[in-house]
Design a protein around this ligand. Structure first.
Ligand code: ADP
Length: 527
């Protein structure tokens, strides 16, 4: 083969090798294109001189260039700003030493699109272990960076506002605190620590439970956990223990601070001391209840009083009408005056009953006004009781009661004769009403240096729950329907005996009878 034919054959061989290489290259380029087009990430290749060998369509689009315009150019020729040209030059040099290089930076495209990108440059080794090219991928992280920045901004704003809040909350008269969304309390104001006498270490998280009343705690926890899970504001009143271990009531309000994402960022809570208001409210309620009770008692009394007054009035009216008729018939027949006298006696009894009722009412008014005037004198108590018994003998006998008297002599008391009579008379009238017609024992003696009067019956008796109240105004142990009475006699008696420096007490068993005991100071010997 001559030299010319040798040259021709090697040229042909080279051409065919070139075509094979070109087809191989185009094949690889198609693969690269397919990969590049299938991902939003940018993919590219550099030669050892930092020039692009390949650029994926997504990056070309950002640049606004065709592949032909980009291939063979470096960052500087593609219009990158000098600082990025310099950065990427260093990074590519580093990749050429065999390292994988990671980077991230902002970049403004020729069309003015500002973005944030993170990327990796990876060395690609040839057959002879020499680095042939550098492959790179870039991811657009603009959204993530913006979200991070926004979060940081919010956090910064919040930290600033939280610091302000803490400052403000420390000056508040209320107790205040801040909790995480899960309810973990991480800050309390100064007032909280002052009031509870606790330390931050004791209180952190859920330590606040220690200053709660264990009886109230379960319902507080239940409501607070419900608020945490629903995000609803919390409002409740409950007691909190103070540094001196006493409890005071607080109104607690907790409001969620919403985050930009719609969740909860923090809970801000305040506890306002409402103990005094609560106490005042309770007292007001009690006063209201007492006033209502007083009105009820008064109304009941008025209805009983009118009934009590009407009964003798009606009888009086009847008796007087009867008397009148008898008088008329007496005139006509000039008959004996006995019937008339009887009828007039009955009228006088009704008048006496009316007078007694009115006297009782007047006495109550005197006592309320502090105008019960006593005329003290030395009185033979036995003698006084005998006179009152004599006066009531008829009434007691009419009721069926026999009378047993045990009256010690020489028992003298310093007292108001008329008023003491009134007290004993009331006890005997009560025996006639409540003694069930059974015997009555009446005694006078000296006991522990006092003059003692006892009236014992075996009648209906009084239940223990009424022993204290029957001495109060308008209080009765029986229904007004059963036995008439105003419920004033024992009240007036107690006031009279108290004014004497004495005592009146009852000892009674329901259904078995009652003993009323009066003790008043003895008269001094000189008297
Ligand atoms: P009154 O007899 O007008 O009701 P009192 O003040 O004298 O008023 O008595 C108060 C209440 O005490 C009576 O309503 C009655 O229930 C009870 N009581 C008083 N004395 C007796 C007694 N000897 N036995 C049973 N109950 C009595």
């Amino acid at each position: 083969m001559n030299r010319r034919s040798e040259d021709t054959s090697s040229l042909a061989e080279m051409k065919s090798r070139y075509r094979a290489l070109e087809s191989d290259y185009k094949h690889q380029l198609r693969i690269l294109h397919a990969i590049g087009a299938s991902s939003p990430d940018f993919t590219y290749l550099f030669d050892r001189d930092h020039r692009f060998l390949y650029v994926s369509p997504s990056l070309l689009k950002l640049w606004g260039r065709s592949l032909d315009e980009a291939v063979g150019k470096n960052f500087e020729e593609l219009g990158y700003p000098p600082e990025l040209v310099e950065l990427h030059r260093r990074q590519l040099d580093e990749a050429l030493t065999g390292k994988t290089v990671f980077g991230a930076n902002a970049y403004i495209s020729p069309k003015g699109v500002e973005g944030h990108y993170e990327y990796t440059f990876v060395p690609v080794f040839g057959h002879d272990s020499r680095i042939e090219t550098i492959a790179g991928t870039t991811r657009d992280i603009t959204k993530r960076v913006k979200a991070d920045r926004e979060r940081a901004r919010v956090l910064q704003r919040l930290t600033g506002s939280e610091a302000q809040f803490r400052h403000f909350a420390d000056a508040m008269p209320q107790l205040a605190w801040i909790a995480r969304p899960d309810g973990f309390i991480y800050w309390y104001n100064k007032r909280w620590y002052e009031y509870t006498g606790t330390t931050p270490a004791q209180m952190e998280g859920w330590g606040w439970q220690n200053v709660h009343d264990p009886r109230e705690l379960p319902r507080v926890l239940e409501r607070w956990k419900a608020s945490i899970s629903t995000g609803e504001p919390f409002e409740m009143t409950f007691p909190l223990r103070s540094a001196d271990h006493s409890f005071r009531w607080f109104l607690t309000r907790v409001n969620p601070v919403p985050s930009n994402q719609g969740g909860i960022l923090r809970w801000f809570g305040t506890n306002t001391d409402i103990d005094a208001e609560r106490q005042a409210l309770k007292e007001r309620d009690a006063a209201l209840a007492a006033a209502e009770e007083a009105v009820r008692i008064r109304d009941e009394f008025l209805s009983i009083a009118s009934h009590e007054l009407r009964t003798p009035l009606t009888s009086l009216k009847l008796q007087l009408q009867l008397s009148r008729r008898k008088m008329e018939s007496q005139e006509l027949c000039a008959g004996p005056p006995d019937a008339l006298a009887k009828s007039l006696d009955a009228s006088v009894r009704q008048v006496a009953r009316l007078t007694a009722l009115v006297e009782d009412l007047l006495d109550v008014t005197r006592i309320s006004a502090g105008r019960l005037v006593l005329k003290f004198e030395s009185v033979d108590v036995g003698q006084l009781v005998r006179e009152v018994v004599d006066h009531h003998r008829e009434q007691l006998q009419a009721a069926g009661s026999t009378i047993e008297l045990r009256l010690a002599s020489f028992v003298r008391a310093e007292c108001d004769h008329f008023r003491l009579e009134q007290v004993v008379a009331n006890l005997l009238s009560n025996v006639a009403k409540y003694g069930s017609g059974k015997p009555v024992e009446i005694s006078v003696d000296e006991h522990s240096g006092k003059a003692r009067i006892r009236v014992r019956d075996f009648g209906i008796g009084i239940g223990p729950e009424k022993h204290g109240t029957i001495f109060e105004r308008f209080e009765r142990a029986v229904s007004s329907k059963n036995i008439s009475g105003l419920g004033l006699g024992l009240y007036i008696s107690r006031e009279i005996i108290n004014a004497h420096g004495g005592t009146i007490a009852v000892n009674s068993v329901l259904g078995e009878g009652s003993t009323f005991t009066i003790e008043i100071p003895m008269a001094s010997l000189a008297a």
